[in-house]
Design a protein. Sequence first.
Length: 440
Amino acid sequence: MILKVKNISKIGGVVKAPPSKSYSHRAVILASLAKGTSKLYDMLYSEDTLASIRVCEALGAKISRNDECLEVVGTGGNLHNSSKTPIDLANSGTTLRLMTSVSALSDNEVTLTGDGSLQTRPMGLLMNALEPLGVTAKSLKDNEKAPILIKPGYVGGQTNIYGNVSSQFISSILISSPLSKHGVTLYVLPEFKSKPYVDMTIDIMRKFGVKPLKGYYLKHESCDKEHQSCRIDEFKVTKQDYVACDYTVEGDYSSASYLLALIAINGGKAKIKNLFRNSKQGDKYILDILQAMGASIVRGEDYVEIGSDGKLKAIDVNLTNAPDLLITVAVLAAMAEGTTNITGVAHARVKETDRIDTTCRELEKLGCKLEEFEDGMSITGGVTSGVVDSHGDHRLAMAFSLIGLKHDIEITNGEVFDVSFPNFIETMAELGFELELKNE
């Protein structure tokens, strides 16, 4: 379907940010591993998080949804795969990565698979890191990608993993490790990217009663300073039980980036509720980015206010710890005056798509002058009207729709925002930006 602008009225107002996708995934998985019954409030029900719910149910959790919350009767870590066929995770890379480790806690084999896009996501680093812990995870196509067969058995012990590909690999091991036989010591080798996502994992693990210990040491004896490039992070998780709790999911800075960018590009004022000042989400970096580009930002305890005159200036920005902001920032750069340099996002090449490549190719269709690098891009402001394709990437569809504020644009395969922001069209309309989906 084609996503396009239907109408633009006075841009601005007050809206509530959608719930965090990252925290929603983690909340339902930890509640499913816990002893007792958890109530999860303000859950995000998107295509991705529904995949996590389905696999947790298949492994023994009893999950029911009502108007108030998502109620999860946990397994206490005693997982059993009731599915005789591979469990379909659709396009949820987060579910695949987090549940590959967790599935080893089952008393029988588990096979995880998904759609064609999911089956292109590299999983070799995670599977190799799990092997020293007594976990057998095998790619059924022998290409280090899904479908993945995970056999029962999770001894624990020590292992290491590179931190420059996906923080979800690290979170996967951490989430599963307290229920292994002996606990886990995990060493994350430099360079450790997207750290805030691991901080989020540790944060919610503590909410469910597990306390990982974190430290680091220097890799090279010759180092006398705490050089990031020489540092190895250590995570130690002893054998513990998850305990059920009532948990409220905070607002999502990744999804809110489109609401904030809407005001920044067009001009106007808005208040976005349910965005917490002390959030551990790395994507709250969008506030610093927008401020540097010329918008005014007020950070409340549980809200953000933004104002803009619609005149944005180019900046240099490193997105190492916020790769999901890449496409939003690229669109902001294309609408700004001057040349913006985006670096530090080589790991964005292994997301739903190669986000560096697809973003550059689609911006070029709109006449944007840019240069692509291995870890980012340089974008000179200025685009024209045109037609682009989402490549099945929810973040590309949502970010590129913002170009419609000033130019005619159509996004084919534009319906994919359901992956992370099911109410995207309705929420944007609350701020005066009306979008519509039409059959191609």
